[in-house]
Design a protein. Structure first.
Length: 110
């Protein structure tokens, strides 16, 4: 369960949230439930583009695992009202996070 909130200030949007996840376990891997949180800001460049960054934290969920801490920067481009392209880069700050990452997605809203 997560609770997220955001607030706009002109072209800027500040957002954040916190949550608790129940992972469950199997006979092979014992997982613990854990807290997570995020905090970030976005900036609307124009009618089609926005950029932003956010920090994500997740508590470690196994005895042998590590906490997850990542900083992600993103760019969104809207093609009209239905299509959206997103690209992102991320850097990890803990042994439970990837060292770095790059990705993208294309979305269509009905």
């Amino acid at each position: 369960m997560n609770l997220d909130a955001y607030k706009g200030f002109g072209a800027w949007t500040v957002f954040g949230g916190a949550g608790y996840m129940k992972y469950g376990s199997s006979q092979y891997v014992a997982l613990h439930n854990g807290w997570n949180a995020n905090l970030g800001a976005g900036y609307k460049l124009d009618a089609s583009d926005d950029i932003g960054a956010y920090f994500y934290f997740r508590q470690k969920i196994s005895d042998s695992g590590y906490a997850d801490r990542e900083l992600t920067g993103y760019w969104n481009h809207h093609f009209g009202s239905a299509w959206r392209l997103q690209a992102y880069v991320l850097g990890g700050f803990s042994d439970g996070s990837p060292d770095w990452g790059v990705g993208g997605s294309m979305q269509y809203a009905f």
